[in-house]
Design a protein around this ligand. Structure first.
Ligand SMILES: *[C@@H]1O[C@H](CO)[C@@H](O)[C@H](O)[C@H]1NC(C)=O
Ligand SMILES: *[C@@H]1O[C@H](CO)[C@@H](O)[C@H](O)[C@H]1NC(C)=O
Ligand SMILES: *[C@@H]1O[C@H](CO)[C@@H](O)[C@H](O)[C@H]1NC(C)=O
Length: 354
């Protein structure tokens, strides 16, 4: 395949300007790009927020991808917050991009999740964009050899995972590949977790089919390989977040590597998220650690999960309050063709942490 993105040598000037880049996900600031900006000129790349010099270069040589990458950045923010809405740490600090608070600036478990999700999202969006026909650099993914069974045939347009992984990783890994940026241990951690995200994405490529045949009999199925939605991949990564391994940066063999802290006889696994610094329990406010605390957070009295009042409020207790809900009710269908409803009020009790 033709090499589409090239890395020119960084000039000394940009190198000096960029030496203090410690966070590899500042590109998520692209989510703030105004919709009025029509990215159709290479000069636009300079005004985009959060990009390191090599990403600006990638932007200039791949302008057509940028709208897709901006969409991915927006989706990372939304998906992270949705996925963690029931947790003490709820990803709200991602809003601060490109200036993160310590929860995402340090080598934490939370940072591990966001890096993995970001890497998965950018490749996901590029892989999908290929099927729209808007990109010159790619089209539908390859058609697999064998059909899944009788009554099946290949059709549609497969998501181009290969191209998504290729271009997505070039863009999102670029900050970690810079010589003078952050500590080696942090860069290794971020690169590893990004790769875990991309692996989760690869595993999310599944068979999707449409039915055909006489009156919906589904005697013929047209199938293609498509990616699951990003929210499903995020749920998978949240499971990995919950079982992430703490690692240390120490010599192993000829080089310094990340090895699990407790069981340092095995290397880290390819499918596990890793972190270097432990997180607080996020119960109390602590700005130095990037913890907002859970005071005034909603909790669920009947849940037994992480959003239960017990866990969310860290045993401090909770305050009930009532909320009036106005809902449509007693709906009637009138021939033909409209529906009328009444408005009903309902009182629900809700709870917030003390
Ligand atoms: C870029 O897009 C803007 C807005 O759609 C348009 O006015 C302008 O002519 C375009 N420039 C080029 C070089 O295509
Ligand atoms: C997330 O947590 C913060 C801090 O407790 C809170 O201010 C914010 O409202 C929460 N966001 C959501 C969507 O629950
Ligand atoms: C609270 O949790 C229960 C059990 O998980 C669930 O059925 C219910 O919908 C939740 N309520 C709210 C307001 O989220």
């Amino acid at each position: 395949m033709k090499e589409l993105w090239s890395f020119p040598l960084m000039s000394l000037v940009t190198l000096l300007l960029q030496f203090n880049v410690s966070s590899g996900i500042k590109w998520l600031a692209l989510a703030k790009t105004p919709a009025s900006l029509h990215l159709n000129q290479t000069q636009h790349c300079k005004i985009l927020e959060g990009l390191v010099s090599s990403q600006v270069q990638l932007c200039r040589s791949n302008l057509e991808l940028m709208q897709t990458i901006i969409q991915a950045a927006k989706e990372v923010k939304k998906t992270c917050q949705k996925t963690f809405a029931d947790m003490r740490w709820n990803c709200s600090s991602i809003e601060l991009v490109p200036n993160f608070s310590p929860d995402l600036e340090r080598g934490t478990r939370e940072a591990a999740f966001v890096y993995a999700l970001s890497a998965a999202a950018i490749s996901h969006f590029i892989a999908r964009a290929c099927t729209s026909g808007d990109l010159r650099g790619c089209s539908c993914g390859p058609i697999p050899g064998e059909i899944p069974g009788p009554g099946y045939r290949w059709g549609g347009c497969a998501d181009n995972l290969h191209y998504g992984l290729l271009m997505g990783s070039k863009f999102s890994d670029a900050p970690m590949k810079m010589k003078k940026s952050g500590s080696q241990a942090n860069k290794l951690m971020h690169l590893h977790n990004s790769e875990v995200g991309r692996q989760a994405l690869s595993e999310a490529l599944e068979l999707k089919c449409k039915c055909h045949g006489v009156s919906g009999s589904c005697s013929i199925k047209t199938c293609w390989r498509g990616l699951q939605d990003l929210k499903d991949i995020a749920i998978d990564l949240k499971t990995k977040y919950l079982s992430a391994s703490k690692v240390v940066h120490r010599p192993m063999g000829t080089r310094k590597q990340l090895v699990p802290k407790d069981i340092d006889i095995r290397p880290v696994r390819e499918n596990e998220l890793v972190y270097l610094q432990s997180s607080p329990d996020f119960c109390a406010k602590n700005e130095k650690l990037g913890s907002l605390g859970t005071q005034d957070r909603h909790c669920n009295k009947t849940s037994i999960g992480s959003d239960s009042c017990d866990l969310m409020c860290c045993g401090r207790g909770y305050n009930p309050y009532t909320e009036q809900l106005i809902e449509r009710c007693n709906c009637k269908y009138h021939w033909c063709c409209y529906v009328t409803c009444k408005k009903c009020e309902r009182t629900v009790e809700r709870y917030v942490c003390k």
